[in-house]
Design a protein around this ligand. Structure first.
Ligand code: S3P
Length: 159
């Protein structure tokens, strides 16, 4: 299993799509699959059931995958230690983006429930997560200034 991990806006989904074309493996978008399974958007899920409900679904889904695939994870999948351990059992690739890149990409985003608060709160969340991504990753790839294709090539070369 190949897992792409990283903060919101680091390009996990686009890169998973590119990589999937190159190495002929299906790609799975975790958030999208959880939304489908639960019959509601992540935004709605957070609002009606709370974050813990979503995190339970996320862990459950992560552990339910059996067929080899490229998995685009949600940015918060690393919050639980059991998930970090689990990710390391596969090939877990951290798409590392600078804060500036994230801000540029997410500036007008309103769909992500945890892209909230003022700049300070967002940046704090970003910084708190960095060590968790490192802990869960087997490989780190910098994504700033690169196209999804270039990033997919770089990952491919390391497989
Ligand atoms: C989250 C990231 C989102 C989604 C949810 C929570 C997070 O995924 O799973 O909104 O805690 O960072 P993306 O990383 O695909 O935006």
């Amino acid at each position: 299993m190949i897992y792409l991990i990283g903060f919101m806006g680091s390009g996990k989904t686009t890169v998973a799509n590119e990589l999937s074309k190159k190495i002929h493996l299906p790609y799975i978008e975790m958030d999208e699959s959880i939304e489908k399974n639960c019959g509601m958007s992540i935004k709605e899920m957070f609002k009606t059931h709370g974050e813990t409900f979503f995190r339970d679904k996320e862990t459950e889904f992560l552990k339910s995958l059996t067929n080899k695939a490229i998995v685009s994870t949600g940015g918060g999948v690393v919050l639980r230690e059991e998930n970090r351990e689990y990710l390391k059992n596969g090939l877990s690739i951290y798409l590392k983006a600078e804060w500036k890149t994230i801000v540029e990409r997410l500036t007008s985003d309103t769909d992500r429930p945890l892209w909230k608060g003022d700049e300070k709160e967002k940046k704090q969340r970003f910084e708190d997560r960095l060590k968790l991504y490192r802990e869960a990753a087997n490989e780190v790839v910098s994504v700033d200034w690169k196209t999804p294709e270039e990033i997919a090539d770089e990952i491919w070369a390391r497989l």
